[in-house]
Write a protein that binds this ligand. Structure first.
Ligand SMILES: NC(=O)c1ccc[n+]([C@@H]2O[C@H](COP(=O)([O-])OP(=O)(O)OC[C@H]3O[C@@H](n4cnc5c(N)ncnc54)[C@H](O)[C@@H]3O)[C@@H](O)[C@H]2O)c1
Length: 246
């Protein structure tokens, strides 16, 4: 397969130890890149790095913490010598209907998705600018349009869209592009607790009639990271199998 200009480029993938982030790391390594798999679960990140080989580095990172980003970014600079691309992918859910949702459930989701994405863009902006072909891909969701039991998640994922477009405007002069990928439902551990009836409803509302595999999201992310998408910025790419918003 064509390596799409990834060879030798250096990427940070947050939440890279599982699901979509793991699939993104695999695709980038396959294409010849260096990848820092940055995850709160550093043991799982190390297992991914052991599997993907010597161009893959495990990094401990809690995306919601500035000090953790400071430490992780130092490690990446020391070990990879710079950063050409960032995937803000780490995520959690704390689902509950709005009336029952606690302050903690609201705040944790906002902190990981929205603050975590903002911190990543801010802390690595200069590193990405130094490369002059830097690219950021933030992971939004089709849930940004509104999702039952997910006021916290929908607000965070919609917020990521505004953040992405603003970062694209601010960093364009440094040669850094910033886009978002908005997946539909993807078969990952994040969906483990979702009842089959709910998943069936999603599939029925999707033109392709099935859930996505993580690799199908990873290919879209890899395109937006690569120089092959050099004129694409401030864009939200839906990768949702033709989801109909009923
Ligand atoms: N699975 C889906 O259907 C779906 C759909 C749309 C969007 N998304 C988004 O895709 C992204 C990846 O989701 P996934 O389905 O692969 O989930 P996942 O649960 O398989 O993986 C999430 C990873 O993020 C890590 N993580 C969680 N909190 C973290 C933190 N504070 N700091 C660093 N790492 C942290 C976890 O340890 C885990 O490795 C998320 O942003 C999610 O909201 C998922």
């Amino acid at each position: 397969m064509h390596e799409r200009g990834h060879s030798g480029r250096r990427y940070v993938v947050t939440g890279g130890a599982s699901g979509i982030g793991r699939a993104v790391s695999e695709v980038l390594i396959r294409d010849g890149a260096y990848v820092a798999v940055a995850d709160r679960d550093v043991d799982a990140a190390q297992q991914v790095a052991d599997t993907l080989g010597e161009r893959c580095l495990a990094v401990r990172l809690d995306v919601s913490s500035r000090s953790s980003w400071d430490e992780a970014s130092r490690q990446v600079r020391d070990e990879l010598g710079g950063v050409d691309g960032l995937v803000n992918n780490a995520g959690i859910t704390r689902d509950r209907t709005m009336k029952r949702m606690s302050d903690d459930e609201w705040q944790q989701v906002i902190d990981v998705h929205l603050r975590g994405t903002w911190l990543g863009c801010q802390i690595l902006a200069d590193d990405l600018g130094a490369s002059s072909t830097g690219s950021i891909v933030n992971i939004s969701s089709s849930g940004r349009h509104g999702s039952y039991g997910q006021t916290n998640y929908a607000a965070a994922k919609a917020g990521i869209v505004g953040l992405t477009k603003s970062v694209a405007l601010e960093l364009a002069k440094h040669g850094v592009r910033c886009n978002a990928v908005a997946p539909g439902a993807v078969e990952t551990p994040m969906l483990a607790d979702v009842p089959e009836t709910v998943k069936q409803g999603w599939m029925d509302a999707t033109a392709l009639g099935r859930l996505a595999q993580p690799e199908e999201i990873a290919e879209a992310v890899a395109f937006l990271l690569s120089p092959a998408s050099s004129y694409v910025t401030a864009h939200v790419l839906d990768v949702n199998g033709g989801e109909m918003h009923l």
